[in-house]
Design a protein around this ligand. Structure first.
Ligand SMILES: C[S@@+](CC[C@H](N)C(=O)[O-])C[C@H]1O[C@@H](n2cnc3c(N)ncnc32)[C@H](O)[C@@H]1O
Length: 224
């Protein structure tokens, strides 16, 4: 199945279809709009602190931040075609010139589009939990992901994750803390409720309405 527009894009036909996307100016096509990982200043037309969310889904968490912080630069990453289409429309409707979108698998988006220490904050909010044990290897937060997060975050950069799924929460903690590049703001192994100033996401609301607990993890990238 075709996913993404970058160097991993599928057939030429996919590319032709994708050129007719709505509000295409917010979509970043690796190799076309972005010549290399250091090219974000060109893409946004200016420099600024870059905040990245992986897996925006139908949620507008990052768009709220972008609206509240017009000086910042905001990049959403998701590999869902319908969600990306509707996200592009939402960005246009809100007139958010400081937001861009990568329609890519996170591994491609991070590995090929984000340079070392390029990111000030990184959000992974309610990623697919893959609750069945035999599917757990599909989870996003695994050692490769922690390594990439450590590479792209600037020293002191913030890394926030959330889930409703206790086994995934424990996996996140284990994997991120084993990496050694992060300090848990709540103390090693700890998690807590949604931090102040964070908007509830769509998935969070769904789980809370069903009576489930949600867990937030907050890390900073160590400076050494
Ligand atoms: C469960 S939804 C959560 C959406 C939103 N953050 C919220 O809390 O409402 C997870 C989203 O992550 C996206 N996603 C999952 N794995 C991904 C990956 N490897 N790369 C990019 N996007 C991914 C899915 O397409 C989906 O839109």
């Amino acid at each position: 199945m075709h996913r993404g527009l970058g160097p991993f894009a599928g057939s030429e036909e996919d590319r032709l279809i994708d050129t007719s996307w709505p509000e295409e100016r917010f979509l970043v096509r690796p190799g076309v709009d972005l010549r290399g990982p250091g090219d974000w200043g060109t893409v946004f037309g200016r420099k600024g602190e870059l905040s990245v969310e992986i897996g925006y889904g139908k949620d507008e968490f990052l768009l709220e931040l972008a609206e509240a912080r017009p000086d910042g630069l905001f990049l959403g990453i998701d590999f869902s075609r319908p969600r990306t289409r509707s996200y592009l429309r939402k960005i246009a409707k809100r007139r958010l010139e400081n937001v861009r979108v990568l329609y890519e698998h996170a591994a491609n988006a991070i590995g090929y589009c984000l340079g070392d220490q390029a990111v000030s904050e990184l959000f992974v909010l309610f990623p697919d939990p893959w609750p069945k044990e035999r599917h757990a290897r599909n989870r996003l937060v695994r050692p490769w992901f922690a390594r990439e997060a450590a590479r792209v975050l600037e020293p002191g950069g913030r890394f926030t994750l959330a889930t409703d799924h206790p086994p995934y929460r424990d996996q996140m903690i284990e994997v991120i803390e084993a990496n050694g590049a992060f300090t848990n703001l709540r103390g090693p192994g700890n998690f807590g409720p949604r931090p102040e100033g964070f908007d509830e996401t769509i998935f969070e609301r769904r789980w809370v309405d069903q009576g489930r607990d949600v867990f937030y993890l907050q890390y900073t990238r160590v400076t050494a």
